[in-house]
Write a protein that binds this ligand. Structure first.
Ligand SMILES: [Fe+2]
Length: 200
């Protein structure tokens, strides 16, 4: 006699049932944005909270700067297209590494890193560019202005984290994020100098 339970393809065997992924699961937030968890890193709740707030602001502005680099990498044109196309993508890649560094620092401190682009758009202070294409010098100037907003946040953050004794965040903001931004500003700004190429 045939066992219909095991031959019927529509009846799942027990082992298959146990390994079946459980789809469409929804639940409540288990940590709200701005709420802190406690890790044993000998740093006060106040210091960690302030670091997470300032890191999330820099993170939001940096994510927009990253997006501006990709936008201008794609929309670049003109005689220096190839050089700028490559340079802006290099800078975008470096900014992406900083984004990961800062987001994971927020998590390390017990906070919640801003991540969703719609949330980032609410937090950022970098002006929105037109959806279309600007002249090349305008695109480069826009990048420099976004950099300066990030750098201003960084300088404030470096002072606050030093005052609060958050050495880990202070070191990261100064050694990784600030210096990368300053170097990128130099490389972009040199493309806005009107120097003769052949004749003086
Ligand atoms: Fe590309």
């Amino acid at each position: 006699m045939v066992d219909t339970n095991t031959t019927d393809p529509f009846v799942m065997e027990k082992s298959a049932e146990e390994s079946q992924p459980q789809f469409h699961q929804h639940g409540e937030e288990i940590q709200r944005f701005g709420e802190m968890r406690l890790f044993p890193i000998a740093l006060s709740h106040e210091a960690r909270t302030e670091s997470c707030q300032l890191l999330n602001q820099i993170l939001a502005d940096t994510t927009i700067l990253y997006s501006l680099y990709k936008k201008h990498h794609w929309l670049m044109r003109g005689a220096t297209f190839y050089q700028l196309h490559l340079l802006l993508d290099k800078h975008a890649g470096e900014q992406l590494q900083l984004i990961d560094l800062m987001a994971e620092r927020v998590q390390t401190l017990g906070g919640v890193a801003v991540a969703d682009p719609r949330h980032i758009a609410e937090l950022t202070t970098v002006p929105r560019p037109p959806d279309g294409v600007e002249e090349v010098p305008a695109m480069l100037s826009r990048l420099l202005e976004a950099h300066e907003i990030v750098i201003e946040g960084l300088r404030g953050g470096i002072k606050r984290t030093a005052a609060n004794g958050d050495d880990g965040t202070n070191d990261m903001l100064m050694g990784d994020v600030l210096r990368t931004n300053e170097l990128q500003v130099w490389f972009v700004a040199e493309h806005l100098v009107n120097v003769p190429v052949v004749h003086i």
